[in-house]
Design a protein. Structure first.
Length: 348
């Protein structure tokens, strides 16, 4: 394990050059990896494990949509596709990739199969960090760890197919066998992580919920709407408002930030833009800091977990989410976006 200096702070990082796929195969040679749940992370991790030639099986509710998806991906009932209980029974490392609410409802079934020496794996700290609300308290005698890919399961799969890897965090909650860390790192490499940085279950849960509600998803969608609405209100056309809010960001400016940092993107814009953006950056930071403080508090108090558990335990939770996404899709902003995307010049 190497230590890397991140802008002045030393952190533990494990790369796949250091912890190779061959080493992961050696560590996991006697293990059966049971991926429970086949939503978004389930397929990404299970298919990468299969392609990397690990001994992997899938557990899913029979005859659900996700079961059909698993069958379509080539998993075979009775061979490497089972119901949740049987997969947990056959697995030596139970990889719990059910939805965070689903993990609560199936916990008694999963727990009953967690016999001495097995390992319980998550891709989120949620269930354990909020166990006062989830009642997910792992039994003694097993290893408990997480590897949380910092991105969608869809990206984990596509980056794997492109020969790249997605970065993940990892954490050990319980080491009963003395091998928990080796098992965790091996699984992390096996699912296609490019490198892993160390965290704890609580830190992962708090930062992940803050990130997705904040800058990664919630804040970005909200700030897009705010600017787009102001431009539209002042008489700008939808195509102008969309280009100046979203298209230029995703197509031109964010790739520059991704490749070389914020100052590089600024340096490649006009001096007019740089002067104004440097001044306004601080105003946006100061205006939004109280919202982020409020968000973190809502996460740390367990309130966000409570909301998720309540909403996503309802029978029609998927239909409800679909309805809200449809509303987003059908808004003028994102309808304009659909047209703008079609106009993107392609290579010819
Ligand atoms: N979606 C993503 O790309 C990411 C997810 N994660 C974490 O990975 C885990 C899995 O997340 P997703 O793949 O998004 O889950 P998901 O919301 O797609 O659900 C996964 C599966 O759980 C099953 N399920 C839900 N409720 C159930 C119940 N009551 N009984 C039995 N099965 C039930 C569904 O059939 C589905 O196949 C979560 O801990 C999540 O926080 C972490 C990083 C990114
Ligand atoms: C993709 C990811 O890492 C998220 C946004 O945290 C999630 O899907 O929960
Ligand atoms: Mg995340
Ligand atoms: Mg998340």
């Amino acid at each position: 394990m190497g230590q890397i200096n991140f802008g002045g702070t030393l952190e533990n990082v494990v790369t796949r050059q250091e912890f190779t796929l061959d080493k992961a195969r050696e560590v996991l040679k006697d293990e059966v990896l049971a991926v429970i749940g086949y939503g978004v992370q389930g397929p990404g991790q299970a298919l990468n494990l299969r392609d990397n030639k690990f001994n992997v099986i899938v557990g899913q509710r029979k005859n659900s949509d996700s079961w059909q998806k698993a069958v379509a991906d080539g998993w075979e009932e009775g061979k490497n596709l089972f119901d949740i209980e049987e997969a947990c029974q056959r697995g030596t490392i139970v990889m719990n990739l059910l939805s965070d609410a689903g993990q609560i409802h199936t916990w008694d079934t999963v727990k009953a199969q967690l016999t001495k020496g097995k390992a319980l794996y998550f891709s989120h700290g949620f269930g354990v960090a909020f166990n006062q609300k989830t009642s997910i308290v792992p039994p003694a005698g097993i290893d408990v760890f997480l590897v949380a890919p910092k991105g969608s399961g869809t990206s984990l799969r596509t980056l794997f197919l492109e020969g790249c890897g997605l970065n993940s965090s990892y954490a050990i909650y319980q080491d009963a066998t003395g091998r928990a860390e080796q098992r965790a790192l091996a699984v992390g490499i096996a699912i296609g992580s490019g490198y892993m940085f160390e965290t704890t279950f609580q830190k992962e849960a708090y930062s992940d919920l803050t990130g997705e509600r904040g800058v990664l998803m919630g804040a970005i969608a909200g700030i897009f709407e705010a600017q787009y609405n102001v431009l539209r209100g002042k008489g700008h056309t939808p195509s102008e408002a969309f280009n100046e809010t979203v298209e230029e960001l995703t197509q031109s400016l964010m790739p520059l930030v991704a490749n070389n940092g914020m100052d590089w993107m600024y340096a490649n814009c006009s001096t007019t833009a740089q002067r104004g953006a440097l001044d306004w950056k601080d105003k946006f930071r100061d205006a939004t800091t109280p919202v982020f403080e409020n968000l973190y508090e809502s996460v740390a108090s367990g309130r966000e977990a409570e909301i998720v558990i309540e909403a996503n335990s309802k029978k029609d939770y998927r239909a409800k989410l679909e309805e809200e996404l449809k509303e987003l899709r059908e808004s003028e902003l994102w309808q304009a976006g659909a047209e703008v995307r079609k106009l993107r010049p392609s290579k010819s």
